[in-house]
Design a protein around this ligand. Structure first.
Ligand code: BGC
Length: 703
């Protein structure tokens, strides 16, 4: 974490009155704190969010300012970014997000969201990265570095165990400490230790009875005392519920959604509590220190301001970076008989079926909404890339009812659209169905009811495939959907998360073979909801208390350990070329570094097809002699290799003790047991190509 001159903090702190200090620790605007002009301390200006800088709000009311100067670049969602499995894309995306935030005059960008995808139907999954902590750890650090190079603070959120939207302001989460440490904490710890996130956001939910945004356990014991965090902790908007608890916890800034700023818990009520000696002023001083330290890190104070990075928004470079990231995020799930790519010079007519072909998504979803400068839909992208030589015929295929219509009989209209689409599918050379979800479903504040495709899309896909078995199925969505009704019949299935303003162009380039897909699933796609461990073993979506009974068996840790067949496994994603894995070599060294192990995993990867392409090589570790039940294997390393046809490269991935341990609740630390471990190298969690066993002779502990 960036070091600052602490004497400058002492100096400013000694000059601040109690009233001024209180004014700095709560919202004095919907998205900002108060300035103390007398001392040259500016307001801290914040904005959502993870997919770009949100539209402007009135200072003191939750009302959008209707202007056109807050249109911005719309970035790929974190789900899309995670599907690239690329640290480089994470860094570049961070750079764009930070520059745009700075360009809009913000100090804190309320991103990234990194909560674990515990259930496939959590409404905010589209904003999050993965079900796997190691993948999150590896991507969150470069993402945050990219943001903060612009002298804008990242605000990694929502700490912690914030995995459902139902009853989101009050739900009380219970889980064992081992799962917290192994699954739910590592992303946040890496955001701080490796990414150096200047700020962090508390969550809405309760954990062990305490509201996360004012939790003694989370914010004081874990974050401050154990992890030594000295950045600023910001509450989620309306996440504070008690003056004493918030005042004495590791929380620094209370934010909320209404304009009655003086009555926030950490405003007048806290001032009163300090004045009457119910709460010690030293708690307030700690908060001020963390806030001033953050401002120093951002070059916001005094003469430092001259050195502060400047930003910009909507630059052509940003649009290019967004396109590249989107291209790498698209996942080829199935490609029987090399159905894809479509050869555009061999066709005269193309039917594009399904409303997600023409729908744009930027402005929905909740706080991740974006007033995008533009958004290229899949249909627009296809037409742009086809060059005018192919006649594109579009059929909506299904009807998307408005909220009021949902109550009425809209199915009749839908049936007409379906018949029209099926007819069109019969008479064109190529058919692409573009189905999926939208932000009515992938949405903050509510979870989905099930994993089914809405609007009768399963029937549409089935009927189109019945008349044209070559039809390509594309799903644009933010979270997994059931595909069993048609996945066996479809020869090609392509997946795109909400991939930003260039998403439609990126998708078209993949479909037409101008880009070789290289995205991989950062989450398991279950066949059906009840296969998912949060539902089959644990509790999800309840009001009140929710217990994570599945423990550490989240995502593939469950599917692979318990042999439950997924629709598509974690880490899966095909290419238009093929890769061969060979020559696994493992070097084990337990003596040259004190209290650590070095395991060097090397393998040769060869592009055996005719096209250049990229492969994400994944390393899983399986503990063979553990004294407690452990997942059958866990992702511990990966690398993305770009290979020309026939080219081969040696991938080298180094593992250390933190790739072998489990959290030992009795010892209050991670423990690596001596014994045998299998090192697996593969192309997905279920496509392991090479394995070798190693034996660790020593025992290690780490935090
Ligand atoms: C969301 C946060 C968001 C905040 C400010 C909350 O409802 O949970 O993710 O940053 O609002 O808009």
């Amino acid at each position: 974490m960036k070091k600052v001159d602490e004497t400058r903090i002492d100096d400013l702190l000694s000059q601040l009155t109690l009233e001024e200090k209180i004014s700095m620790i709560h919202g004095e605007g919907i998205f900002q704190t108060a300035a103390v002009e007398r001392l040259g301390i500016p307001a801290l200006k914040m904005s959502d969010g993870p997919m770009g800088v949100r539209k402007e709000f009135a200072l003191d009311q939750w009302i959008n300012v209707s202007s056109t100067d807050d249109q911005v670049s719309y970035l790929p969602s974190n789900s899309a970014l995670a599907s690239t499995w690329s640290r480089e894309q994470a860094y570049k995306t961070g750079k764009v997000l930070g520059a745009e935030a700075r360009g809009r005059g913000k100090d804190v960008i309320l991103a990234p969201g990194i909560n674990i995808k515990r259930s496939p139907i959590c409404g905010r999954n589209f904003e999050y990265m993965s079900e796997d902590p190691r993948l999150i750890e590896e991507l969150v650090a470069p993402l945050i570095k990219g943001i903060q190079e612009n002298d804008v603070a990242a605000c990694v959120k929502h700490f912690a165990a914030n995995n459902q939207e139902t009853d989101r302001l009050a739900v009380d989460t219970y889980l064992d400490k081992r799962s917290l440490r192994e699954i739910y904490f590592p992303g946040f710890k890496a955001a701080i230790d490796k990414g150096g996130s200047y700020t962090i956001m508390g969550a809405y939910n309760r954990l062990f009875g305490e509201h996360s945004s004012q939790s003694e356990y989370l914010l004081t014991s874990i974050l401050r005392d154990e992890w030594g965090y000295d950045g600023a902790v910001i509450s989620d908007w309306g996440g504070v519920h008690d003056t004493r608890e918030a005042g004495q916890s590791g929380l620094d800034i209370e934010m909320s959604v209404d304009g009655d700023f003086d009555n926030y818990y950490m405003a007048d009520p806290l001032l009163e509590a300090v004045r009457s000696s119910k709460i010690k002023e030293e708690y307030i001083d700690k908060k001020i220190r963390n806030i001033l330290r953050t401002m120093l890190r951002l070059n916001m104070l005094g003469d430092d301001r001259r050195d502060r990075a400047t930003g910009t928004y909507n630059s052509p470079e940003h649009q290019r970076a967004i396109l590249e990231c989107a291209e790498e995020s698209i996942i080829l799930l199935k490609n029987q008989d090399n159905r894809l790519p479509i050869q555009k010079d061999k066709i005269k007519t193309l039917a594009v079926i399904g409303q997600n072909a023409e729908r744009v998504h930027a402005s929905g979803g909740g706080s991740a909404e974006i007033k995008a400068l533009y958004e290229i839909s899949p249909l627009l992208g296809l037409k742009m890339q086809l060059g005018g030589e192919v006649e594109v015929k579009y059929a909506k295929g299904y009807y998307v009812p408005t909220k009021i219509e949902k109550e009425l009989n809209w199915q009749q209209d839908s049936l007409k659209l379906l018949q029209e689409a099926v007819l069109l599918a019969k008479e064109t050379d190529e058919v692409i169905i573009i189905a999926g979800l939208d932000h009515e479903y992938d949405c903050e504040g509510k979870d989905r009811e099930d994993m089914k495709l809405p609007y009768g899309q399963d029937r549409l896909i089935k009927e189109v495939l019945a008349v044209n078995p070559n039809a390509v199925v594309v799903i644009v969505a933010g979270s997994p959907v059931e595909m069993g009704a048609w996945s066996d019949d479809a020869k090609a299935i392509v997946w795109s998360y909400y991939a930003g303003m260039e998403g439609g162009r990126a998708l078209a380039k993949v479909l037409l073979g101008q880009v070789n897909p290289s995205g991989k699933l950062a989450e398991t796609f279950p066949k059906k909801l009840m296969d998912s461990p949060a539902h089959s073993i644990g509790e999800f979506g309840k009001y009140g208390k929710v217990t994570y009974k599945e423990g550490v068996y989240v995502g593939y840790r469950y599917f692979d350990s318990y042999n439950v067949e997924p629709e598509f496994p974690f880490g899966h994603g095909l290419s238009y070329t093929s890769f061969e894995y060979s020559n696994l070599e493992i070097e084990l060294d337990e003596s040259s570094v004190e209290d650590d192990v070095n395991v060097r995993v090397r393998a040769t990867i060869r592009n055996t097809g005719a096209l250049a392409g990229a492969e994400v090589v994944q390393v899983y570790v399986a503990s063979k002699e553990a004294s407690i039940p452990r997942p059958i294997h866990e992702l511990k390393g990966f690398d993305k290799l770009y290979l020309e046809p026939n080219e081969e490269k040696i991938v080298e991935i180094c593992l250390h003790k933190d790739s072998f341990g489990f959290y030992d609740e009795d010892g209050c630390s991670f423990l690596v047991e001596p014994g045998e471990y299998e090192i697996q190298v593969g192309s997905s969690s279920r496509d392991i190509r090479l394995t070798e066993n190693i034996k660790l002779n020593k025992k290690y502990r780490y935090q």
